[in-house]
Design a protein around this ligand. Structure first.
Ligand code: ADP
Length: 534
């Protein structure tokens, strides 16, 4: 019997020491109260550490005597509840530590009998960190909600079943459904019927782990409004997970206005292209047909001169002026014809040796080069480019001819032609040491008939650079000038690499008789109905 008593005693001691260890090692605060007196009988080290007081500062005190830790009214109320119900629970109770700061605790207590004494065990958990995280989360959620609800774009979230679970004000504005009408409904509500199959198969593919065609990309699509009207949309979509559930959030923008503007621009561009083609045809036909009567005027003036050798000097001078005017007009018409021919006649593109085009242009200008004692330097490494040989010859020839024409009277003309790689192809430069151009004319000189000098000073039509511009643009490049007046000019132009450009498609009309001789070599043609007889 004594043996049994001993072993029971041992077991008790063992169990007691186990519980004490638990009490002492617990990572929650534990406080034992006498239920009758409210006196604190024991506190564990964790609670002591949490509150910052010593064991003796807490133990043996009545609960409401810890006014510096817990509000006295609250502790009295709590004690009353405990005595009445044997249980209290506070989810969020502030305790004051010895260091003066507050910690939020979760407070649960139970009362039980121990050796006929009613004991209350209070478990106290510090939830300050949890509260801080919760507050942060709440703040973030509030901020997120504020952003979502005031966003200019529609923000719609669907779950893996394709049902709408989140809907903001802009989505309401775009689609016409209120949040209550939209949330819970399938997203196909917002998609025109003809795209439903595509939507279902896309969603299934993604959920089966397949490729996501929309994720992270901006895609244009068509939406369906509550009033059944379709609306052009731009959407960027993001997939996200929450507890292994998949959601898709789309940021949706109504692009009706942009689309309308695009359509307007397209229509205007088409109109403009048509008008341009018509204008070019008009310029071509007009300049081509103008040459015929001009040739006639000149021819008959010559006949008149020949038939009247006895004319007085003044009349002869008048006739010479008239002929000169006709010749000049023919020059202008020819230049116009040349301008309107760019991109129309023999405009096939190929691989062109730019060195060859430059050599041909220089050879065509041999007479002028020699007469002006001009020194033309061409860099060695001229590239192969994609373009039209004849047009490039004409381009270099116009630029070099101008460089000779506008040479400085006080120095030997030097012209340098070189080329460098540029972002999308080649950049050429024709540089001279001539009279230069004032900055304010840098753009104007490329316009048709824009001349900076009188005919008496420099002969010309004002069309040469307009032709250069048209040729360069026909090749997909651009042309500009840099100049230092009185020191020289540098005309630069680019020719993009193959593939970067395609020759513009221009209709060929009235291009059959390009080989018309210039007026000086023409013989007069008698009109069918009237005019002097030869
Ligand atoms: P044109 O030479 O027949 O007048 P262009 O269209 O070729 O017509 O040139 C327009 C104007 O640009 C010229 O009248 C001239 O004033 C100026 N210009 C062109 N090239 C040069 C150059 N290399 N140096 C100085 N001025 C130039």
């Amino acid at each position: 019997m004594a043996y049994h008593h001993d072993s029971a005693q041992k077991l008790l001691v063992k169990s007691e020491s186990r519980y004490r260890r638990l009490f002492e090692a617990a990572q929650d605060g534990i406080l034992l109260l006498n239920a009758a007196t409210g006196q604190i009988e024991d506190v564990n080290p964790y609670l002591i550490k949490m509150l910052g007081y010593s064991y003796t500062e807490v133990v043996d005190k009545k609960l409401w005597e810890l006014g510096n830790i817990i509000d006295t009214d609250l502790s009295k109320k709590m004690f009353g509840e405990l005595q009445a119900n044997g249980y209290v629970r506070y989810e969020d109770m502030p305790l004051r530590t010895k260091f003066g700061n507050y910690i939020d605790v979760e407070f649960v207590s139970n009362s039980y009998d121990c050796d006929d004494v009613k004991v209350i065990q209070c478990n106290i958990r510090n939830i300050s960190d949890r509260k801080r995280v919760e507050q942060k989360l709440h703040k973030e959620e509030t901020r997120y909600k504020a952003v979502v609800s005031t966003a200019l774009d529609g923000i719609v979230t669907i779950n893996s079943a394709g049902r709408i679970i989140d809907w903001n004000q802009s989505a309401e504005r775009i689609f016409g459904y209120s949040a209550t009408e939209a949330i819970g409904r399938p997203v196909t509500l917002l998609i025109p019927r003809r795209f439903h199959d595509r939507h279902h198969s896309g969603l299934k593919r993604v959920l089966d782990g397949g490729e996501h065609h929309l994720n992270g990309k901006i895609t244009e699509m068509t939406g369906r409004r509550k009033d059944t009207h379709e609306v052009p949309l731009e959407m960027s979509m993001a997939e996200w997970n929450d507890d292994s559930r998949i959601f898709f959030t789309g940021i949706i923008r109504d692009i009706s206005d942009r689309k309308a503007i695009e359509r307007e621009i397209e229509a205007k561009t088409l109109e403009l292209t048509k008008a341009n083609i018509e204008l070019e045809q008009f310029a071509y036909v007009a300049s081509h047909d103008l040459r015929e009567p001009l040739r006639m005027v000149n021819g008959f003036l010559t006949l008149l001169e020949r038939r009247n050798p006895e004319l007085d000097i003044e009349s002869k001078e008048f006739l010479a002026f008239a002929k000169d005017g006709a010749v000049r007009m023919d020059g202008l018409v020819l230049a116009l014809l040349e301008l309107s021919r760019v991109g129309r006649i023999n405009c096939e593109f190929g691989q062109i040796d730019s060195a060859g085009a430059v050599a041909e242009a220089i050879s065509n200008l041999q007479v002028q080069i020699q007469e002006s004692d001009c020194n033309v330097e061409v860099v060695d490494s001229m590239p192969m480019v994609t373009g039209n040989h004849d047009e490039l010859v004409r381009l270099f020839q116009n630029l070099v001819a101008n460089a000779i024409k506008y040479r400085h009277p006080d120095r030997q003309p030097v012209i340098r032609i070189n080329c460098d790689h540029c972002q999308d192809g080649w950049q050429f430069a024709v540089e001279d040491n001539g009279i230069g151009i004032a900055h304010e004319y840098f753009e104007r000189i490329f316009w048709i008939f824009q001349r900076l000098h009188t005919r008496e000073k420099y002969e010309g039509t004002g069309i040469g650079l307009a032709i250069c511009k048209k040729i360069v643009e026909f090749h997909g490049g651009h042309i500009w000038v840099e100049s230092d007046p009185d020191h020289g000019s540098k005309f630069r132009f680019t020719i993009p690499d193959a593939g970067a450009t395609e020759p513009a498609e221009l209709e060929m009309k009235g291009a059959e008789d390009d080989a018309a001789p210039s007026i000086q070599e023409a013989t007069p043609i008698r009109p069918h109905h009237e005019g002097p007889q030869t």
